[in-house]
Design a protein around this ligand. Structure first.
Ligand code: DX5
Ligand code: ZN
Length: 237
């Protein structure tokens, strides 16, 4: 038995209505521990893993995630924008990430991989890009703990929220409410004071925000402002 490095703050099965997951993509990579400490009220820390192939950007990988796990008690929400997640995703779960999300179109065996992630004790997420329909994944809802609908094309922070995803958020919310309302519905990309209300109104309940949090003078205050707006608009809290 090795030392259990899993974060203690996580309540993985909590039925929390609105959650904010600041993305460290917009943080200072040279001071990640400090940047994590700057957002003590964050429900998660969103970690964007990019491999330079699935998306045209390269960020960080498992060694950095392992170090970050030791540096913060906030659970990590690892968003894998990588090719071949079937091969790599289980290791993030095994390392102690609270949540591991793979992209549907990158996975050859999404059911097996989602099950592997859960078997390692993490929440399993499935992500769809803006142009990908949600309907083909209806039968996979029982295999996931979170559905991530990208509200920008993945790869970079600071992009504009794509309103064209709003109808899909509504359809996904209906689908989840029909089949398994305990599955969280996350949006990622362009979430800010200007856009969070419409995403929450459409039915999202977990909000990734990079530039809106780490680009703010007061990151912790930005989180509370986002949370308050989402609560008001979503009526899910
Ligand atoms: C984009 C990443 C996002 C990104 C969001 O591919 O998945 O998590 O950090 O950044 P903002 O909130 O600035 O759009
Ligand atoms: Zn992300």
């Amino acid at each position: 038995m090795g030392v259990d490095l899993r974060p203690i703050k996580a309540v993985y099965t909590a039925d929390v209505a609105i959650q904010i997951s600041p993305s460290i993509l917009s943080a200072d990579f040279a001071h990640l521990a400090d940047e994590a400490a700057a957002v003590p009220t964050a429900d998660w820390l969103h970690v964007d893993v990019m491999d330079g192939h699935f998306v045209p950007n390269l960020t960080l990988g498992l060694p950095v995630v392992e170090s970050l796990l030791k540096a913060t008690s906030t659970p990590l929400d690892c968003h894998l924008m990588i090719e071949d997640p079937d091969r790599w995703a289980p290791a993030y779960a095994e390392a102690g990430a609270g949540s591991v999300t793979i992209h549907a179109k990158a996975a050859n065996a999404p059911v097996r991989t989602l099950r592997e992630i859960r078997k390692q004790g993490s929440r399993a997420g499935l992500a769809l890009n803006p142009a990908e329909p949600v309907e083909p994944y209806a039968d996979l809802i029982g295999e996931m703990d979170m559905l991530l609908l990208m509200t920008v094309e993945p790869g970079f922070g600071g992009q504009k929220f794509l309103d064209l995803v709003l109808p899909k958020i509504r359809r996904a919310r209906e689908m989840l409410d029909d089949r398994d309302a305990s599955v969280w519905l996350q949006v990622d990309g362009g979430v800010s004071d200007e856009t969070i209300e419409r995403a929450a109104e459409a039915g999202a309940d977990v909000f990734v925000a990079g530039s809106a949090v780490y680009g703010a003078q007061d990151p912790a205050g930005a989180i509370e402002s986002l949370r308050a707006q989402a609560r008001r608009a979503g009526g899910r809290d």
